[in-house]
Write a protein that binds this ligand. Structure first.
Ligand SMILES: [Zn+2]
Length: 328
């Protein structure tokens, strides 16, 4: 499905399906300049995504030989098909930290091992961790043999003849980069601000207190005079400020729930605290969560645990090789 999003610059959204994934689809945005094109994000490295993206590009008569690719962040649902573009000689633009993390994950899986060991230490049973060995992010990850033009906060990059401002918004990943067109009031928000779902905030090895960084990055975009915000998933909206405030309130509630759970269950692990938080999983209770959702929920819980530790509201101890927590 192709939808026109903006007239000048001419911009379309190609809906790239993400089968068996609660995100449902990825929004790949295409900017059509007078003699060059820009594609923003790609979908997973799997046939269903490849077919949808490239048939959309061909309908829009995009010439790949004159196309650049901007990757907003490292996640495989945004970067999976980068090899198809790089192989055609397209130039790839991306934050350098996210690029390095993506390459490290692909080369020897060390970033996955770090997370597995951390989750184990935080009380997640090994059988739940093993169920993740074939998750979509691993199975459909990109071929890492591509190079990039690194982008950073405040850079202006001219792509498809349009001057985009890069806004670095660490949190969802360390290197997530939004694109901003001040004159038009157009923000490509990727997974920094989503409207129908709440962006997932994990615990990251390369980004201490990711949740605090994320909340700070929300403030960075909150007051932009945006006329339209183009998110990485689901629907676009113009209600940026309202959405940022709602996401911040969501995390404030979740932090309070976590603190209360730790107070009610002193000496619990993060894995034992997670079921006491409110999760919107279509009415499912914690034991019925699909393995991938349990994995994301665990990561999300840990980013909140880390925040409370940094802010002096939780205390961590080690017992029988596991971390346990007490509310302060
Ligand atoms: Zn993402």
């Amino acid at each position: 499905m192709i939808e026109k999003m903006w007239d000048s610059p001419l911009m379309y959204r190609i809906e790239v399906p993400l089968p068996d994934n609660p995100l449902r689809y990825l929004n790949s945005y295409v900017v059509c300049g007078s003699d060059r094109w820009l594609v923003i994000d790609t979908g997973f490295n799997r046939e269903e995504c490849r077919e949808a993206l490239f048939s959309g590009l061909s309908q829009l008569q995009v010439d790949l030989a004159r196309t650049d690719l901007f990757l907003t962040h490292l996640h495989a649902d945004h970067t999976g098909l980068v090899g198809d573009f790089a192989g055609q000689g397209c130039q790839v633009y991306m934050n350098g930290d996210d690029y390095q993390y993506l390459v490290d994950s692909a080369l020897d899986g060390r970033t996955w091992k770090y997370t597995e060991q951390l989750f184990m230490k935080e009380g997640m049973p090994p059988e739940d961790i093993e169920k993740q060995f074939s998750n979509q992010a691993r199975k459909f990850s990109p071929d890492p043999s591509f190079s990039i033009h690194p982008v950073g906060d405040g850079d202006v990059v001219t792509l498809a003849g349009v001057d985009f401002q890069v806004i670095h918004t660490p949190g969802h990943t360390k290197g997530l980069s939004c694109l901003w067109l001040p004159k038009e009031g157009l923000l490509v928000s990727s997974d920094h601000v989503l409207f129908d779902i709440t962006p997932n905030i994990q615990r990251w090895q390369n980004l201490p207190d990711a949740l605090a960084c994320y909340l700070h990055s929300l403030d960075k975009v909150r007051d932009l005079p945006a006329r339209l915000v183009l998110p990485g998933h689901r629907k676009a909206s113009s209600a940026l400020k309202e959405r940022v405030d709602a996401i911040k309130a969501h995390h404030a509630n979740r932090l309070q729930e976590l603190w209360q759970a730790a107070k009610d269950h002193p000496g619990a692990t993060a894995f034992e605290l997670a079921p006491h938080l409110t999760w919107s999983m279509r009415g499912k209770k914690w034991p019925e969560f699909p393995p991938t959702q349990k994995w994301f929920a665990m990561g999300e819980t840990l980013s909140h645990v880390e925040y409370l530790l940094h802010h002096g509201r939780l205390e961590q101890e080690e017992k029988n090789g596991l971390y346990i927590y007490y509310a302060i």
